[in-house]
Design a protein around this ligand. Structure first.
Ligand code: GLC
Length: 665
């Protein structure tokens, strides 16, 4: 019954051996139809994990035994998969574009900062439904080390929830509740490193050779020094360098690879046992009802001497192998790559060339986010248009995550080449952005702060909430109605581009209300050194109570956002598969982008200037829109007024233009 014709000959034999290793257990513990289903998927996806694993580990002495181990773990996870999730697997195979649908809208929050606990969260679901949320990203919630834990990214136990938030059972119950509301659940999986306190690291400290091989450790500085020559520093202020001396490791201490903080130990993916254990962890989380795994810090997974150890081809092979394993056992689950890297590198995480359709389904569009803030500061869309035009097309069967802010600092990922192409100096521009958003430039509306200034390279990044960076905080303090208006318009401008540009837009908790920076972290010894906490506020439910008040800034932001969300929800043009292309509007203050879909086209116009701007109406015909134009955001339904051949955009206004003519049948 097996249909292995599509497999290359060399792989068929390996497939048969793999199948033989698992089928007895499979049929003994699953209903015949379920077992058949597993095998159908295995036939389809075996080459997709076997081939990369062979490339990565073919020469490793444990390859064969770890492959057999992987097979056993896959079957065990499949057998344990709850019935409701198996049904979801089938549904999502029938609707494979579910995560590209225009109804997808995400909300990101810390469980404790939003609702204290996981149980508390289930009492706040009406609030999310009111916003139209269909995707909830809960910031790191697994059990972390005691003391500083990098905001939850130093995991001690991948199979336990942080006790203060609840239990694994609470998480699974929340997932069920969310599914009943058609909300999918995303959580972080930190797969690049574990906490120093993780059991594997503890065993390595005890000198167990099996677990020493789970990490990169060195007896002296020879290799670390050689590596450092080509490595960057992520946290130069509080964790300089990439290696940490751990004196308690048996035998007199060793240097451990720690890309991030000294207590975050990088895993050694050259060891196939690490791959297997992490795949097993993913399957365990999938079986709790998680729909999207946010794979943290994926560019760093593979190390190779003489390279930056970032974005290496092997890191992509690892992701492809994880992906294919998941597709066999739990195809309802998809991956989101967290890779804050330059444009060409970024697209590879969604799968290009031979990896098309085999990589992560989702990746953060950090380029769009960076360009939004850059353009808001310069009031000039030239760099944004050029940069986004240079990006390779979005791979099919994938989607971007678009966003205005998240829990991290903003790193100005503007390449010197792109800056030079539009007559700008890269380093100078990045410095300008840091000065502007930290409020150092006179007249700047922003209230951000510098994060991790690196005196050696001159690099800095920026912390601050959307409201603080967009000027609302300063305007409210000054009690200046005109500045308040402008700040609200800026916030909605950024949201409008993020919602229309293509992808799943994420709202970062508090941005829907305009929450300001918080400074309470300064009193918490484990947080005080990390000013990213200034844009990780606690939910202000009192402020949320103003969300329906049309006079209150919060009410104005909330209503503006709701309007954008509802408009987007109604139109198939916002489906993730619609192609998108930035255009020159011939007014440097106005960003233009067109999306093409079989059901029609949409032209986004966004005025980044605080005064009225016009663009020639023929930008619409150049974008393929014919006949009278209509702005989807204009509730009057009237055709767009065009005066002397020009379209007028008020300060910071956006338009989502379509043609009133129906597209050809
Ligand atoms: C990711 C997270 C960031 C964290 C780092 C290390 O970049 O977004 O918050 O510090 O990974 O895990």
């Amino acid at each position: 019954m097996h249909t292995t014709q599509h497999m290359p000959l060399a792989i068929r034999q390996m497939f048969r051996a793999f199948l033989e290793g698992v089928q007895e257990r499979l049929y003994a513990s699953s209903m015949p139809r379920d077992s058949d289903m597993f095998i159908v998927r295995l036939e389809r996806f075996f080459p997709d994990f076997y081939t990369p694993l062979l490339q990565l580990y073919g020469q490793h002495p444990d390859f064969a035994s770890q492959l057999a181990n992987l097979g056993q773990r896959m079957v065990a996870a499949y057998v344990a998969r709850p019935e409701a999730l198996r049904l979801l697997d089938i549904k999502r195979q029938i609707i494979p574009d579910w995560f590209q649908h225009q109804s997808m809208l995400g909300y990101v929050c810390y469980t404790d900062r939003f609702a204290d606990t996981l149980k508390g969260l289930s009492t706040r679901l009406d609030y999310l439904s009111e916003l139209g949320i269909s995707y909830l990203h809960l910031m790191p919630l697994l059990k972390t080390r005691p003391g500083p834990d990098d905001g939850g990214y130093a995991v001690q136990d991948y199979r336990a929830v942080a006790p203060a938030l609840g239990t694994m059972r609470d998480l699974a119950e929340l997932a069920t509740e969310l599914h009943a509301r058609y909300i999918s659940l995303c959580i972080d999986l930190v797969l690049n490193h574990t906490a120093h306190e993780h059991e594997w690291a503890q065993r390595a400290i005890a000198g167990d050779p099996k677990y020493l091989a789970y990490y990169h450790t060195f007896p002296d500085r020879t290799e670390p020094d050689a590596y450092e020559r080509t490595l960057a520093e992520i946290f130069p202020t509080f964790a300089p360098g990439n290696f940490t001396w751990v004196p308690e490791i048996a035998g007199g201490g060793r240097w451990v690879w720690t890309t991030f903080n000294s207590y975050q130990w990088d895993l050694n993916y050259r060891n196939p046992a690490v791959f297997c254990d992490m795949a097993d962890t993913m399957l365990f989380l999938a079986n709790q009802g998680i729909d999207i795994l946010r794979l943290d810090a994926v560019p760093y997974l593979w190390k190779q001497p003489g390279t930056p150890c970032r974005n290496l081809p092997e890191a992509h092979l690892l992701l492809q192998a994880f992906r294919a394993v998941m597709r066999v056992v739990a195809p309802a689950v998809i991956f989101k790559a967290e890779a804050m890297v330059p444009p060409d590198e970024l697209v590879r995480y969604l799968g290009v060339g031979a990896a098309t359709g085999k990589a992560c389904e989702l990746a953060y569009h950090n380029q769009l986010m960076v360009q939004l803030w850059s353009t808001l500061a310069t009031q000039d869309a030239t760099l944004m248009t050029h940069t986004l035009q240079q990006m390779p097309p979005t791979p099919p069967q994938a989607n971007w995550i678009t966003y205005v802010r998240n829990h991290d600092d903003i790193g100005w990922a503007v390449t010197d080449e792109h800056a030079a192409a539009v007559g700008m100096d890269g380093p100078q521009h990045r410095q300008f952005l840091n000065d502007f958003y930290s409020g150092a430039i006179p007249g700047s509306f922003a209230r951000g702060a510098r994060f991790q200034p690196n005196p050696a390279t001159g690099d800095t990044r920026i912390s601050g909430t959307t409201a603080a960076l967009a000027g609302l905080e300063a305007a409210l303090e000054a009690n200046d109605p005109h500045q308040i208006d402008l700040a609200i318009q800026r916030i909605l401008l950024l949201a409008s581009v993020s919602l229309a540009a293509g992808g799943i837009p994420l709202i970062y908790m508090g941005d829907e209300l305009g929450l300001p920076n918080t400074h309470t972290f300064l009193d918490a010894p484990t947080k005080a050194a990390d000013n990213r906490w200034m844009h990780r506020p606690t939910m202000d439910w009192q402020q949320a109570a103003h969300r329906h008040d049309p006079q209150h800034p919060t009410g104005r932001i909330f209503a503006g956002l709701r309007h954008l969300i509802e408009t987007r929800f109604d139109s198939a043009i916002f489906h993730g598969a619609a192609s998108l292309q930035p255009l020159w509007s011939n007014n440097r203050h106005v960003f233009a982008l067109v999306r093409h879909h079989p059901t029609g086209h949409i032209l986004l116009l966004a005025n980044f200037h605080p005064s009225d701007q016009t663009v020639a109406a023929d930008v619409a015909s150049a974008a393929g829109l014919t006949g009278p134009l209509r702005d989807l955001l204009d509730t009057t339904g009237q055709p767009l007024p065009i005066t002397a051949g020009r379209i007028l955009l008020p300060p910071y206004a956006t338009m989502w233009l379509t043609s009133s003519d129906p597209p050809p049948a």
